[in-house]
Structures are given as structure tokens and as C-alpha cells.
Design a binder for this molecule. Structure first.
Ligand SMILES: [Cu+2]
Ligand SMILES: [Zn+2]
Length: 173
């Protein structure tokens, strides 16, 4: 019996490292507020599987969703204006692509994620794939949820770049 249990445990232990989970909080110009849940990240053969478990978002809404450069959700001045989670900086862009084309284009910010879709109850639970990202890219950065959708373009302005609604920090490990 004991041996059977052990075999079952071994079979269910993933060979890769543990999933990465980040706590997400609402943000405003004063700092971080209430938790709205978590987002879990897992490496798969298709890319990074991003599974939100979020609540308390505007019903039936779509949001820009990105990994940002800095591991902070603190307010900071951006272009002379106090900005919620401004300390997170811009989109994570280690290859200096310097363009926002979304998750499915090679030449684009690495931090560009598929849009976050919220159901009629204000929950976001559907997983999405970011094929260019890996769990190992995340430590030391921040996850951002913006007001409004994302057109995966720099024009007419940075796609998905509406005000910052919620944020979570990926710890340094
Ligand atoms: Cu963003
Ligand atoms: Zn971007």
C-alpha cells in the first residue's frame, strides 16, 4: 500500500520546476489595495500557459495584460503624472525589440501577453498561451492588468496601455 502511494506521488510530480504563482492587487495612486486573486504560470511544450484565477474585475471586459520590467507595483511619476504602479516601468523587453506587437510576433516586447478576458461575473479564469515566454523569464518583474483592451500595436498609441488597474510582483526567487 505504501509503495503504491509513493508511485502515485512520483507519477504526479512534474519534471520541470514548480509553477510560478503571483498575487494580484488593485492599484491606485496611493499604492496597492485589495487582492483580486492569483495568476499561475507553467511551462508547456506550446509555450507559457498563463492561468488567471481573478475576481472583482468589470463584468464582460477585456484588458491589456503584460509583464512589466520592474519588480514593483508602487505608484510613481510617469511623464510628470503620479501613476498607479508606475514603478513597474514599461513592458519587459530584454531583447530591445522596442515595439509592441503582442505575444505571437517574434519582434515584439517579450512581456506582451494575450489579452485578459473577464466573464459576466467579473471573473477571469480562462488560460491563455504566451509562446515566446518561459517561467524562467518572470522573476524580478511585474504582472500588469490595464484598463481597456490591447490592439498589439504602437499606433495610435501603445496598445494595451490604458491606465494600470491591477498588478503583481514576481519575486526574485
Ligand atoms: Cu502593461
Ligand atoms: Zn508591449
Amino acid at each position: 500500500m505504501k509503495r503504491l502511494l509513493l508511485a502515485a506521488l512520483v507519477a504526479y510530480t512534474p519534471l520541470s520546476m514548480a509553477d510560478v504563482t503571483v498575487d494580484v492587487h488593485k492599484v491606485n495612486t496611493q499604492g496597492s489595495g485589495d487582492s483580486i486573486g492569483t495568476v499561475t504560470f507553467k511551462d508547456t511544450q506550446y509555450g507559457l500557459l498563463v492561468t488567471p484565477d481573478l475576481k472583482g474585475l468589470p463584468a464582460n471586459s477585456v484588458h491589456g495584460f503584460h509583464v512589466h520590467e520592474n519588480a514593483s507595483c508602487d505608484p510613481a511619476e510617469v511623464d510628470g503624472k503620479m501613476t498607479p504602479a508606475g514603478a513597474a516601468g514599461g513592458h519587459f523587453d530584454p531583447e530591445n525589440a522596442a515595439t509592441h506587437q503582442g505575444p505571437y510576433v517574434e519582434e515584439s516586447h517579450l512581456g506582451d501577453l494575450p489579452v485578459l478576458i473577464v466573464d459576466d461575473q467579473g471573473n477571469a479564469t480562462k488560460p491563455v498561451l504566451a509562446p515566446r515566454l518561459k517561467e524562467s523569464n518572470l522573476a524580478g518583474h511585474a504582472l500588469m492588468i490595464h484598463e481597456g483592451g490591447d490592439n498589439y500595436s504602437d499606433k495610435p498609441k501603445l496598445g494595451g496601455g490604458g491606465s494600470r488597474l491591477a498588478c503583481g510582483v514576481f519575486s526574485q526567487q
